[in-house]
Ligand binder design. Sequence first.
Ligand SMILES: *Cc1c(COP(=O)(O)O)cnc(C)c1O
Length: 398
Amino acid sequence: MKTHDYISLEERYGAHNYRPLDIVVRRAKGVWVTDVEGKKYLDCLAAYSAVNQGHCHPAILKAFVDQAKRVTLTSRAFRNDQLPQLYKILHDLTGYEMSLPMNTGVEAVETAVKAARKWGYTVKGIPENSAEIICATDNFHGRTTTAVSFSTEAQYRSGFGPFTPGFPIVQYGDAGALKRAINANTAAFLVEPIQGEAGIIIPPEGYLREAARLCKENNVLLIVDEIQSGLGRSGKLFAYEYENIRPDMVIIGKALAGGFYPVSAVLSSKEILGVFTPGDHGSTFGGNPLGAAVACAALKVLVKEKLVERSFTLGNYFKAKLCAMKGAHVKEVRGRGLWIGVVLDREARPYCESLMEEGILCKETHDTVIRFAPPLIITKKEIDWACGRVKKVFHSLN
Ligand SMILES: *Cc1c(COP(=O)(O)O)cnc(C)c1O
């Protein structure tokens, strides 16, 4: 079968809730992806940062295969020998006392929401059913009915109501707005330290620090969604580190399992996660031994290959090279680490299509932004190669 055969099958028998670029991937290794025609591409999306460690990383693959041969699923009705090791690694790496494993990112968001609400009722003393969790404009926290209940993106909500109440929205980047929104029923403030889906939006300097201070002052939990920004993508282990804060809860996912498996988690304290008692919350697959083994291996790769540091250094290098291409239609280049948004004054989709022709895979976000977020194992030489191609596309579309 050729590219168009796969595409027509997919279009005919699959729901059309995505509009992918017309490349059909057959295999991938490191930063390189090969399509069914045998053409190679440099992956500059890294599955929205789920493959920070690179495609099919050999150490993670080994852990995956070894564990798949032993035991894949026990359910949490029984214990397994991998999950405790994941707990320990997460604790040692992040300093958070405890974690709670889930599968997809949005499930971890839901978990944080439930923990914050229950904390609000049982610890803070908020009257039953009136807890509020403040969220920011242009956020992205996933696609469940609760997560889209606090989205401000019309398309994410349209046709999916009624929505879950209890989520006031404040302007992202405006600490004053947060201050005005906090009241006696506020349990938490849920925020992305950098908004990825919104177009790699970095809030004003001091915003998160002020938000953390306001939360502390008002006995409100600060929940940071690091599902995309975390685990090295921003050039730090967590993007919140740029503001020297310590959130009460951190939500991680995506790169946590190096793209092999959906694994997510909420990191927090004993006090906060302690609100959950047996039966309160759970997931059949959450904390399964296969996912845990893979996540352990993925985190070890992150440390061993110094991917956080690589992201910082090579991100600055890549960003400087892209900055030098500012011009007629390239208005702004922004980002942190290997997470760079190139802002155009027109639709980014044709650029992504031309980049694909040139062997570079990236995806537009919010119409006019091209996101460059390659696996963190990318080399300087590969960045140079990519920049040559990007330059060519920017010139040809002028
Ligand atoms: C991807 C993402 C999510 C949702 O994760 P899923 O695994 O797709 O459910 C939530 N928050 C942020 C910031 C994300 O980037």
